[in-house]
Design a protein around this ligand. Structure first.
Ligand code: PTJ
Length: 275
């Protein structure tokens, strides 16, 4: 049983959707917190397979607390941010999706699909960087259809200025060259540094008060397990439009988006759920 649990590849089930039958422990699907428990299983599974660090489990716990306050659903305000973020990525010349351990654990398949739909590069970028983790995450993404995965040690020859952490190492033909970078569960230092480099930063962060949320150009205050599939849906919706109309609509959406206002509204949803 333990072996099945360790070798199962939960990502084949989609974003945050861990099969209950693969779990070491039976979680009844009718359990009121089933989704949240499946998501934890995916992270624990990926931790045991070496993709996620133990610190990633703690980071997820912080996210869970904010998600609980959000009512564990995508708000209308987050949907506005999702459309702005997707538009910014689709309008950009060289978009890159930065992947860390937690994103690989929860949303590898959907991340690969999103990158293919918008023509974005995928780059592994880790705070707790080890060659083994880089390779495991790369392998995971490739097994799910990614043609190219940047960011493994031999290819990370460029450095983000003024950044001390391992996140500073980037691929010259990836994050270094990008005009727009999608980051998730990111630390504020790098978001600020990327913004200083003149890049458009799109973030997915459940904490509307985090430095990442505040310094990104567009922040989606939502769980990656919901946000990434909704971004895929947004891409498909935009692609249904004629090219000229699509560009006009997407440019308007980006222009009208106000990150500060969006964060305040997300915060107010959380406060409203406490009252
Ligand atoms: O894989 P590595 O080595 O790159 O390490 C990744 C972690 C996540 C350990 C590292 O980036 C980290 O320590 O992150 P932080 O600084 O704890 O930031 C995590 C942020 O993401 C917090 O603001 C959380 O609220 C938020 N968060 C956690 N889980 C989710 C989330 N946001 C969206 N979806 C989630 N599932």
């Amino acid at each position: 049983m333990e072996q099945d649990f360790l070798t199962s590849n939960s990502n084949h089930y989609g974003c945050g959707n861990y099969s209950i039958y693969d779990s070491q422990f039976h979680i009844p699907p009718t359990h009121p917190r089933a989704q949240s428990l499946f998501t934890r299983n995916m992270l624990v599974d990926a931790y045991r397979r070496g993709l996620v660090v133990s610190e990633g489990l703690i980071a997820h716990g912080r996210g869970e607390a904010f998600d609980y306050l959000l009512g564990e659903k995508t708000s209308g305000i987050a949907q506005v941010a999702i459309e702005a973020a997707t538009s910014a990525l689709m309008l950009s010349r060289y978009p890159v999706i930065s992947v860390n351990g937690n994103l690989a654990a929860l949303c590898a398949k959907a991340t690969v699909e999103l990158s293919q739909l918008i023509g974005a590069k995928i780059e592994v970028n880790l705070f707790y960087r080890t060659v083994r983790r880089e390779h495991l995450i790369r392998k995971e993404l490739k097994s799910l259809g990614a043609k190219e995965v940047l960011g493994t040690s031999s290819g990370t020859k460029a450095f983000i200025p003024e950044l001390q952490s391992e996140r500073r190492r980037v691929a010259p033909n990836g994050i270094m060259k990008a005009d727009t970078v999608l980051v998730t569960l990111e630390d504020g230092d790098r978001t600020e540094a990327l913004a200083k480099m003149g890049k458009t930063v799109v973030a997915i962060d459940l904490n509307p008060m985090s430095r990442t949320a505040r310094s990104a150009n567009i922040t989606i205050v939502d769980n990656v397990i919901r946000a990434i599939p909704k971004m895929i849906m947004a891409v498909k919706k935009f692609k249904d439009l004629e090219q000229e109309q699509r560009e006009m609509v997407m440019k308007r959406i980006v222009k009208e988006f106000n990150n500060h206002k969006n964060l305040l509204e997300s915060l107010s949803i959380m406060q409203g759920n406490i009252a």
